[in-house]
Structure formats: C-alpha cells, structure tokens
Design a binder for this molecule. Structure first.
Ligand code: ATP
Ligand code: MG
Length: 140
C-alpha cells in the first residue's frame, strides 16, 4: 500500500471536553502523521457542503447543528494506507459498537456526537482536504 492522505475532523463534543491532544495521541500511535491542522468554527454553509451526501437523511439537521455548535479541529493525516488506518483508529460510527482502544470507544458520547470524522475513500479525501486547506498549509 502506498502513502496516502486522509481528512480528519476532531468534532465539537471532543474539543468541548479538551480532548484534542488525547485524540491526536491515538492518531499518532496508529502510525499516522498530522501534516496539517487548524482549529476553526465551521459555518452552517461549510457543514452543509461537507455533509451534502447525507442531506436526505433524517439526522442531517441535527448533524449540521452539532458540527457548528463549537470549535472543530480539521486535519490532514498522512501514512501507509491512511484512509483505512484512520477509520480503524476511529472505530464504528456508533460508539457502542466501536472496538476497544478506538477514538469513538474511548471518547464518543453517542452515534451523533462521535468525536471524529475520517474520509471514506481517496476521492472524498481529496475533496474534503481541498474544502479546508490550501496547498501551502499542508507540510508533509
Ligand atoms: P464520518 O463521516 O463523520 O466519518 P461515518 O463515516 O462513520 O462518520 P456516516 O454514515 O458518514 O458515518 O455519518 C456521518 C455522521 O453523521 C456520523 O459520524 C455521525 O456524526 C452522524 N450520524 C450518522 N448516523 C446517525 C444517526 N443515526 N443519528 C445521528 N447522527 C448520525
Ligand atoms: Mg462518513
């Protein structure tokens, strides 16, 4: 497997509980490098664009409200097989189903407030990274 990049968000439930460093520790211990990172307040428009794929789902309104409810930390992660590796490190969407030691098992509050986002494919990773970072903000 080649070196890949993936897009990550440390979600508002985690930043509110001062868990940015704790999440980053899990990321780094999984063998991923944080090659770009910034703390932002997402706008409603940014959240709606980011989660547009879910706009017909019943939880869409709740999801964009949550993602704009407080600061998030957006990141680019790099490493061998980074997309799958980060989804493994995050664990299942529902923390009740997440494996021990994963970000969501350790920190998530619920299926909605689940502490982290990670891209699901190379195409989405590229689009998501471009939504939040310009090239010179990413230093691999
Ligand atoms: P993410 O895209 O955030 O990495 P994921 O790929 O594991 O998560 P998706 O199915 O893409 O899960 O859902 C996107 C996000 O929408 C979830 O992470 C969660 O915050 C929220 N979500 C998903 N299902 C529900 C639900 N049933 N109720 C409330 N929120 C939900
Ligand atoms: Mg997803």
């Amino acid at each position: 497997m080649a070196i890949q990049r993936t897009f990550s968000i440390i979600k508002p439930d985690a930043t509110a509980r001062n868990l940015t460093g704790a999440v980053n520790k899990v990321i780094e211990e999984a063998g991923l490098r944080i090659i770009a990172q910034k703390r932002i307040q997402m706008t409603l428009g940014q959240a709606e664009t980011f989660y547009a794929v879910h706009k017909e789902r019943p939880f869409f309104g709740e999801l964009v409200a949550f993602m704009t409810s407080g600061p998030v930390v957006v990141q680019v992660l790099e490493g061998e097989d980074a997309i799958a590796k980060y989804r493994d490190a995050m664990g299942a969407t529902n923390p009740a189903e997440a494996a021990d030691g994963t970000i969501r098992k350790l920190f998530a509050k619920s299926i909605g407030e689940n502490s982290a986002h990670g891209s699901d494919a190379p195409e989405t990773a590229e689009i998501e990274i471009a939504q939040f970072f310009s090239g010179n903000e990413i230093v691999g």
